[in-house]
Design a protein around this ligand. Structure first.
Ligand code: FES
Length: 64
């Protein structure tokens, strides 16, 4: 799913970047070479980044 229509940035792109670095949405867009344009997506992008970073901190259950 595209989060940013202006820059064709997908949710999977944002989740991968969230796991790689601690930058905010705008900084990530810039690092991808696609700076924000209309900026309407930044709130949703921030939510996705926070969600992914929170999930990363949760303990992983061991499977036997
Ligand atoms: S939809 Fe992301 S900058 Fe416009």
């Amino acid at each position: 799913m595209y989060v940013c229509i202006c820059n064709a940035i997908r949710e999977t792109d944002l989740r991968a970047e969230a796991r790689r670095c601690g930058d905010d949405a705008e900084a990530i867009y810039i690092s991808l070479g696609r700076p924000p344009q209309c900026r309407q997506c930044l709130e949703d992008a921030t939510e996705i980044l926070n969600e992914e970073r929170t999930a990363k901190k949760l303990p992983v259950c061991a499977l036997n």
